[in-house]
Write a protein that binds this ligand. Structure first.
Ligand code: BG6
Length: 511
């Protein structure tokens, strides 16, 4: 039991959906096993499915494929106690109904289980229902905080554009205060993403170099080897820029770009992140957008003897779709620290491997003494590996033994896995626990989301309506369209990472 976590109830809307069983319940189970749940804790699932408490417990706990492996080694009485925390309420035909019956169930459970009127609502429904649910909760008096706090967690996407994001924020804020709203971005729950803050602000060796005087450019790669899988319908209306860049990758960018916060309080950190996002130079004219953005789609290809479909052949994808599965963007940050430092960010599906990493490329020393070695060998790089093989790698020059001064690049590496004694929480586990304790540091604030859309909107608009916009193709299992290196200044090229932190560029095992 965790005494920092007050007794509470978690009400999940859309509880019969995949996210509940796949992410939320396994995260809750880990919290339960680690003793992080409060003494009195109840999960009330609700949706339009006709289910009993027992059906719900079976679906998300006892017979769940997502928990099977974990439960195999657990004690039966312990599993039973966990399952008994789960209850279900059938909302009926629609989410837009009178929530009085739901309220009755909530009050009865609160009294019976001693959860003290503290409620966290988790909206795991399609986003078009968010406002409806918030409104109905408020109308039933379920958002007021006079008898226990009320928090509302919403899943991405937070809007589809700047305009829709603003409308959604306003819609939610009509019924819940901003301080009650927790916008989940699971990348912020990743230890390695949070470690960006620590790397920068807890080490005097990096921060003095973290600026235009020493950094040549910043590169971020987010690659996935999978295609759109069963989510073609959703993805075709979204695309790489909306699905990954606007949220997860701009969150990473904000942590790299931000100024040091005054302290580690949620608002102190979030204020700096918003400032960082607002200082991204928005690209408005067609030429800038043309020269600094590349989009592409994966095409059918044979990967290790297995033929994989092209994007346009995927289930629920329009055969003439112009939705991008690859996006690469070059941009600048208009502030003192980052003037003239290019940022390169790319994200794609069906690349050779799954990897997310940040590469800080340092400038070469101002005066070259050891002229014999190639310039790339002398470049220092700081590689922050978000996933997998999480860790940090510094590439620096060392002397090759022998006569003269030949310089070779060597690796200095740190791996999270070397911290064996520490339990690394899964993203959802960490984020749920934070919300339960009222810590919103790792949740996106309304102005943060809007600032990100402000930057992304003109790119989307250009890709949809601009003249001479190209959609490139890339064979599945490759690093994207051939011309993507053209984006990098000075004959540069993307670092194509391997599955392991120290794999050299372009090294890749495909299976
Ligand atoms: C989700 C996207 O937000 O993040 C998916 O909708 C993507 O398309 C996923 O696959 C990637 O998350 P992770 O944690 O596996 O990198």
């Amino acid at each position: 039991m965790n005494r920092n976590t007050e007794n509470q109830m978690l009400v999940i809307f859309g509880a019969s959906g995949d996210l509940t069983a796949r992410k939320l319940v396994p995260a809750l189970y880990s919290l339960y096993v680690e003793g992080q749940l409060p003494e009195h804790f109840v999960v009330l699932g609700t949706s339009r499915s006709d289910m009993t408490d027992t059906d719900f417990r079976n679906q998300v706990v006892l017979e769940s494929n997502y928990l099977k492996g974990t439960l195999k080694n657990s004690d039966e009485a312990k599993i039973k106690r966990f399952a008994e925390m789960f209850f279900y309420h059938d909302l009926g035909a629609s989410y837009d109904v009178d929530y009085e019956p739901l309220k009755k169930r909530v009050v009865a459970l609160k009294d019976e289980k001693g959860t003290k009127g503290n409620i966290m609502y988790y909206l795991s429904t399609p986003p078009r229902l968010y406002e409806t649910i918030a409104k109905n909760l408020a109308s039933a008096g379920l958002s007021t905080q006079n008898n226990g706090w009320k928090r509302l967690i919403v899943e991405k996407p937070f809007g589809y554009s700047l305009e829709t994001a603003k409308a959604l924020n306003e819609g939610l804020q009509e019924h819940f205060k901003e301080s009650q709203i927790y916008r989940i971005d699971h990348y912020l729950g990743k230890e390695t993403v949070q470690n960006l803050l620590v790397t920068r602000f807890a080490n005097s060796i990096f921060e003095p170099l973290w600026n235009r005087n020493y950094i040549k450019h910043v590169e971020i790669t987010n690659a996935e080897s999978v295609g759109v899988e069963k989510r073609g319908g959703y993805y075709d209306k979204s695309g790489a820029l909306r699905d990954m860049f606007q949220n997860h990758l701009l969150q990473i960018v904000s942590l790299i770009v931000m100024e040091p916060p005054i302290g580690d309080k949620p608002e102190e950190i979030r204020d700096e992140k918003v400032k960082a996002l607002k200082s991204l130079r928005t690209m408005r004219d067609e030429k800038t957008l043309h020269d600094n953005t590349i989009r592409a789609q994966y095409m059918a290809s044979d990967i290790q003897g297995k033929m994989v479909k092209g994007y346009r052949e995927e289930e629920d994808v329009d055969p003439d779709s112009t939705t991008e599965t690859f996006a690469a963007i070059k941009f600048y940050v208009d502030n003192w620290r980052w003037k003239d430092v290019p940022f390169y960010v790319r994200t794609a599906k069906r690349m050779p491997t799954k990897v997310t990493e940040v590469v800080i490329h340092f400038k070469t020393p101002h005066h070259q003494i050891f002229k014999e070695s190639g310039i790339h060998n002398k470049d220092n790089k700081l590689i922050i590996r978000i996933q997998p093989d999480e860790g940090i790698l510094i590439k620096f020059g060392v002397k090759v033994p022998g006569q003269g001064f030949k310089v070779e690049r060597a690796n200095l590496d740190f791996y999270y896995s070397s911290l064996r004694e520490t339990h690394v929480m899964e993203a959802y586990e960490r984020l749920l626990l934070d919300a339960m304790q009222g810590d919103a540091t790792l949740y996106a604030r309304a102005d943060e989301v809007e600032a990100a859309w402000e930057f992304v909107d003109p790119i989307l608009d250009y890709w949809q309506n601009g003249k001479d916009v190209r959609m490139y193709g890339y064979p599945s299992g490759t690093w994207g369209p051939r011309n993507s290196d053209d984006l990098i200044e000075g004959n540069g090229y993307w670092r194509n990472p391997g599955a392991h932190l120290t794999d050299d560029e372009n090294y890749c095992v495909l299976c």
